[in-house]
Design a protein. Structure first.
Length: 276
């Protein structure tokens, strides 16, 4: 199946170190070679005039509305686009990445995760690891898949049900309760590990394998498990920085990662796990 990588922070941070190791699983240390993708949420650019629209500045503080999306149907370990991501430090507070090992749907650009839709004036980004059998609920709103994967169909259904459940943008706790109910309805159809973000929070659900780590001061050094590379985070971060990383299997060999429980949905905001 596929693999997932997500990051949630309280200050814009680059994911180049994690992506360096993660992308090696797409043909070097593992065989997830059927495409890849990564999405970065971004807010108001540094140096921009925020005084013109107080409402826009306030909204950006709660949710980064800008989005950079990179996808490729080639393996991430060989993709020139992925090489750009490994070298170019795009800073973001919410990142969703995916490397694909196809189970349903052809190897094609339209089937590469993450998938993106708009709801309540915000982008929503979704990536799935697993295989859903006989899951084709009716889609009767404006959310419809472009490709032919079970993953995109599930995402469209989730967006449809969120729109039906809430007339306007709900709070993160309200969204979490709704997503927990929706995930429980999909999970019986197979393996349903997923990441979902709206630029404010990052939700993660595990049917089988998913792990997370929360990094904060005092930061230490980390060594990748898929490549002989080490980074001392204390030289790259500030005392108030908080970073949560979610991945299918741990990325580093010298840190303690926490495994999700089966059927567990967690939400991360400002670089930390929120109580549910």
């Amino acid at each position: 199946m596929c693999q997932l990588l997500g990051m949630n922070c309280n200050t814009p941070t680059d994911i180049t170190f994690s992506f360096q190791g993660f992308s090696q699983r797409a043909g070097v240390t593992d065989q997830h070679t059927d495409g890849w993708g990564i999405a970065f949420f971004e807010g108001i650019p540094a140096g921009a005039d925020q005084s013109q629209t107080t409402a826009a500045a306030s909204d950006a503080a709660a949710s980064d509305k800008g989005l950079r999306l990179f996808i490729d149907h080639n393996a991430a370990s060989e993709s020139p686009v992925a090489d750009l991501i490994r070298r170019y430090p795009i800073k973001s507070r919410n990142v969703v990445a995916h490397i694909r090992k196809a189970t349903q749907g052809s190897v094609a650009l339209q089937n590469c995760h993450p998938f993106v839709r708009e709801l309540w004036g915000h982008y929503w980004v979704f990536a799935h690891n697993g295989n859903l059998e006989n899951f084709h609920p009716r889609l009767h709103s404006h959310f419809h898949p472009v490709g032919d994967t079970d993953s995109e169909w599930a995402f469209c259904w989730i967006m449809q049900e969120l729109a039906k459940s809430h007339a306007s943008v709900p709070s993160v706790p309200e969204l979490t309760l709704t997503l927990k109910e929706l995930a429980a309805r999909i999970a019986p159809h197979g393996t349903f590990n997923f990441l979902l973000s709206n630029g404010q929070a990052l939700w993660a659900h595990a049917s089988t394998h998913l792990h997370y780590i929360e990094r904060r001061h005092p930061f230490g050094a980390a060594h990748l498990s898929d490549e002989d590379l080490q980074l001392d985070f204390s030289k790259e971060t500030g005392e108030n920085d908080q970073v949560a990383v979610i991945v299918t299997t741990p990325l580093t060999t010298n840190e303690t990662w926490t495994a999700f429980g089966k059927g567990e949905l967690l939400v991360f905001e400002q670089g930390r796990r929120l109580p549910i």
